[in-house]
Design a protein around this ligand. Structure first.
Ligand code: 5GP
Ligand code: ZN
Length: 118
């Protein structure tokens, strides 16, 4: 039993709309979407946040990026004329709210600005 929200989603204890799964990652729809496509890619193994990533975590980070591309392809936004945005929030100034590493995959419409979510 863990009190980490995303560990509990990975374990299936809390329901989520899963869109993609691999041996090392799970991708599910954000409960409060900021864009038509808003999916969170998380490692199955708990890592606190992007600042806690160590060199030996390299493979799972690559798995997360490959999963994000698969999510974008499935949503039809991966082609050369479309695109999507990948975000890691770290700490309170970036409004990181869930302390389990997650990669936001945002898209489905032209995103506003270069750095904002939508
Ligand atoms: P952060 O603010 O930490 O970068 O991103 C956390 C994200 O998790 C937010 O966009 C928020 O909407 C999403 N979120 C929080 N609780 C849940 C939940 O129980 N289920 C799902 N699917 N998303 C959640
Ligand atoms: Zn966790």
């Amino acid at each position: 039993m863990t009190d980490c929200l995303f560990c509990r989603i990975v374990a299936g204890d809390i329901p989520s709309e899963t869109v993609h799964e691999t041996e090392t990652t799970v991708a599910f729809k954000d409960i409060n979407p900021a864009a038509p496509l808003h999916v969170l890619v998380v490692p199955r193994r708990h890592i606190d946040d992007a600042a806690a990533v160590a060199p030996e975590d390299g493979p799972v980070l690559a798995d997360m990026l490959v999963a994000a591309r698969a999510v974008a392809e499935a949503a039809g936004v991966a082609g050369p004329d479309r695109g999507y945005r990948l975000i890691f929030n770290v700490g309170p100034d970036a409004m990181n709210s869930v302390p389990h590493l997650h990669l936001h995959v945002l898209g489905g419409e032209p995103l506003k600005g270069h750095f904002a979510a939508a």
